[in-house]
Design a protein around this ligand. Structure first.
Ligand SMILES: *Cc1c(COP(=O)(O)O)cnc(C)c1O
Length: 359
């Protein structure tokens, strides 16, 4: 028995107004969106409607006290028209982790997957097929109580919308290693994909951008001496001896791309070490000539190399004309997503056919 989802389809698709193979990142949204409401302890009124504005009360508690979380994931379509999601259950797991941290209700696998399957089935024509392109899917949840006081909301809305996307970063990154501002503190909410983390990062990011960098490379809040991650991506450091990535703590986001890179490297027999990497270690590797490469990993950005990092006002430049490990990984990930090689890690979840027929 599948869930009861009310579907109200658009009369006319907007797709012909766009060249979905060349839309850039996050500017164009598909025809439909999914919503449901958490009322009296249950998710009710599951529905798919035309994408559009939603009415908000000025008292909406998410706007004031920030109980708001989100996920970012992708669906891919290959030349043969086969559609699949990349590790969607990992996104559900993390959404529920974020929900618990923010005192919000969790979602069942059934609701989450059915929302994805039905929405993507309806908007399947919006998925670009060009390499590096995908349908970006944004599940999110926010508090909807109309109440002035600070308390956990009793009602919530969970929604999903989607947009065709092409490559995110088209260049290598210059990052500033942060020495003052903090993204996540021990015992804080850095490991949750909650809205406030991104709001708090904007000012330090603006300062870094004004100084000519693309992104902040965050360090630990207590000592500012260990690498953490960038704004929306995890970081990897490749040396002659091993690949390093900061170990997971409650101050950084457990990226699904990060996890996939680690699984791939382990499978390929490459030494991959999850540990705290200090800035002084990084600089020492750079000075010795053993630092080969740095890249960031995330759903939006996939893998993007860092060509320069700055610490205490000094630039450290990485050689980019080498055989980049990130490129090898990107090719394998792309081939798995496009069904060009077997999915030996079991990462992909196919769009169910019944969802297509049931439209
Ligand atoms: C979403 C996010 C990531 C990357 O996670 P993926 O699951 O790989 O997309 C890393 N860091 C932060 C802060 C993020 O918000």
């Amino acid at each position: 028995m599948s869930l009861e989802i009310t579907i109200n389809q658009v009369e006319q698709t907007r797709i012909s107004s766009y060249d979905i193979e060349n839309v850039g990142f996050g500017k164009v949204f598909t025809d439909h969106m999914f919503s449901c409401d958490f009322i009296d302890g249950k998710w009710v009124d599951l529905r798919i409607e035309p994408f559009g504005k939603i009415p908000l009360s000025p008292t909406l508690s998410a706007l004031h006290y920030g109980q708001a979380i989100f996920e970012g994931m992708k669906a891919f379509k290959n030349e043969a028209g086969h559609v699949s999601f990349f590790r969607p259950l990992e996104n559900l797991k993390r959404l529920n982790f974020s929900a618990e941290r923010m005192c919000m209700p969790t979602l069942t696998e059934e609701i989450f997957m059915e929302a994805l399957q039905r929405l993507v089935a309806l908007d399947v024509n919006w998925i670009p097929v060009k390499s590096g392109s995908a349908l970006y899917i944004r599940p999110f949840m926010f508090a909807t109580d109309d109440f002035l006081g600070v308390k956990q909301s009793e009602t919530y809305k969970f929604m999903v919308y989607a947009c065709p996307v092409n490559a995110y970063y088209t260049h290598y990154l210059k990052v500033k290693i942060e020495e003052f501002y903090t993204r996540g503190a021990q015992g804080g909410a850095g490991a949750a994909k909650c809205a406030g983390n991104y709001a708090a990062a904007m000012y330090p990011t603006k300062l870094a951008q004004q100084a000519g960098f693309d992104q902040v490379l965050w360090t630990d809040g207590a000592t500012h001496t260990f690498l953490e991650e960038t704004g929306t991506s995890n970081v990897f450091v490749v040396t002659k001896d091993a690949v390093y990535t900061p170990e997971l703590t409650d101050t950084l986001l457990a990226g699904i791309t990060r996890k996939s890179v680690i699984e791939y490297l382990k499978d390929a027999g490459k030494p991959i070490i999850e540990k705290h990497v200090s800035v002084s270690e990084l600089i020492k590797w750079h000075e010795e000539g053993s630092l080969l490469e740095m890249f960031v990993s995330g759903t939006a950005a996939t893998l993007t190399n860092i060509e320069l990092f700055n610490y205490k006002g000094k630039d450290y430049v990485l050689k980019m004309d080498i055989d980049l490990l990130s490129n090898q990984i990107k090719i394998v990930f792309n081939d798995i997503r496009m069904g060009l090689i077997p999915d030996r890690f079991n990462w992909m979840v196919a769009l169910k056919e019944y969802a297509l027929i049931n439209q």
